[in-house]
Write a protein that binds this ligand. Structure first.
Ligand SMILES: *Cc1c(COP(=O)(O)O)cnc(C)c1O
Length: 408
């Protein structure tokens, strides 16, 4: 299928190009030292990811440790409450540790092992990436340093405890606002010093090449499985698919299974509590081209051109940019990016819980809300939602902030 001069028959092979570009987005804008480290990872990845041994080991781990394939669930009661359109969910919430993040963490740490590294380094904000990394590191018997701002350490006590129980070393970052941005800077600085013995594992399809490529490839299993399962279940492809976009990893993997199909694809950004800069994290909707964290993409900037403060009720979605592949798919119009507000996401959180017995992560609730909105607009057809994670981590917050709604 050709869309806007891009041939999707060969897309996954040709995008990104060898320098890591999806059109003009992507690349590796890092210091010379880090560039050498990135080149080492790129070279190792391209060799190792083709080896039978690596492929078979990853496949076995996915089946025996992660619990893959994750199922697709037909959301029958929810669908019937809206009309004729049938809603389905790809259940990444049933992955071990409760979200899609383990898909790329297991791949990244297995790669580290094949490269002979002893340690993995990562940053974390809300702690979800840190927990997935700590899990993967424990599984492979690797040392693991997780950089985290002191503010986030205080806010995310249960995830900090999880990381420590799993044997990770949580490194407190006290600089600046002591949140995710400072944690990223500190982790990169540590990596530049230690890169001979360790690798840095990024938590989404962001950062310098080869991470947007590698993380998408490790998440590709989601889209590949979903396509096959949906065909088997219904005899057809879904008419529409939708997924939430923070950095963009769950969506990139999910979309990659359907890009070459006549399927309408939506990414959902967080509209937060409004349209003002600082009230949302809808980077593709309001952002402009720019470079941050080592890659060129579309980003939200403050008056100095630095990454702007962003907000979403879903802490996994509040990132001031999205992966370069999303900027590209947005620019060529293959994927349509929409937004969902905090309130719509929380409504969907309760709806899915009460009508289907599935408590979704607030991040994933954005995709659920979007699926519900589309189901109301369409007269017939099917919608497949990527349910990126489970909502156990969000329950205390939701009850405290929104109460136990009596939504009839
Ligand atoms: C981290 C997270 C996200 C957002 O990250 P992406 O890279 O955009 O997928 C979405 N859902 C859940 C459950 C998460 O933990």
């Amino acid at each position: 299928m050709i869309h806007n001069n891009v041939d999707f028959d060969t897309y996954l092979k040709n995008y990104p190009d060898e320098k890591g570009y999806f059109g003009k987005y992507g690349g590796a804008y890092v210091s010379d030292e880090l560039k050498a480290a990135m080149d080492e990872i790129t070279e190792a990845y391209f060799t190792i990811c083709k080896s039978r041994k690596f492929i078979n080991e990853l496949r076995r781990i996915r089946k025996e440790f992660q619990g893959r394939p994750t199922p697709i669930t037909h959301l029958e009661r929810l669908s019937a409450s809206i009309g004729n359109v049938q809603l389905y969910a790809k259940r990444e919430d049933l992955n071990h540790t409760g979200a899609h993040k383990l898909n790329h963490c297991m791949g990244e740490v297995l790669l580290a092992k094949y490269m002979g590294k002893k340690k993995v380094i990562a940053e974390t904000g809300a702690g979800q990436h840190g927990v997935a990394m700590a899990t993967a590191a424990a599984y492979f018997g690797m040392e693991c340093d997780i950089y985290m701002g002191s503010v986030d350490i205080k806010k995310q006590a249960p995830n900090v405890a999880r990381m420590k129980i799993l044997g990770a070393n949580v490194v407190e970052v006290k600089e600046g606002l002591a949140t995710l941005k400072e944690a990223v800077d500190a982790a990169f600085a540590a990596y530049a010093k230690e890169y001979k013995d360790c690798i840095y594992c990024i938590g989404s399809v962001v950062g310098p090449h080869p991470f947007p490529l590698m993380v998408r490839d490790f998440q590709h299993v989601v889209g590949e499985e979903a396509r096959e399962q949906f065909l088997e279940m219904t005899g057809e492809l879904p008419d529409v698919i939708t997924a939430c976009v923070g950095g963009g990893s769950n969506s990139a993997g999910f979309f990659s299974g359907f890009l070459n199909d006549p399927v309408k694809i939506y990414g959902v950004e967080p509209q937060g509590k409004g349209e003002k800069l600082g009230d949302h994290a809808a980077s593709l909707k309001y952002g402009t081209e720019g470079i941050m964290h080592g890659f060129n993409s579309i980003m939200l900037k403050d008056e100095n051109g630095d990454p702007a403060p962003v907000y979403s009720v879903a802490s996994g979605l509040d990132y001031p940019s999205s992966g370069p592949e999303h900027a590209f798919l947005h620019t060529i119009g293959r994927v349509t990016y929409d937004t969902v507000s905090d309130d719509e996401a929380i409504d969907a959180f309760f709806k899915l819980s009460r009508m289907e017995g599935i408590i979704p992560a607030i991040e994933s609730s954005h995709a659920v809300a979007h699926g519900i909105r589309l189901a109301k607009q369409m007269k017939h057809g099917s919608i497949l939602i990527n349910l990126s994670g489970r909502g156990d981590k969000d329950m205390d917050f939701v009850i405290e902030k929104y109460g136990l709604r009596d939504n009839k």
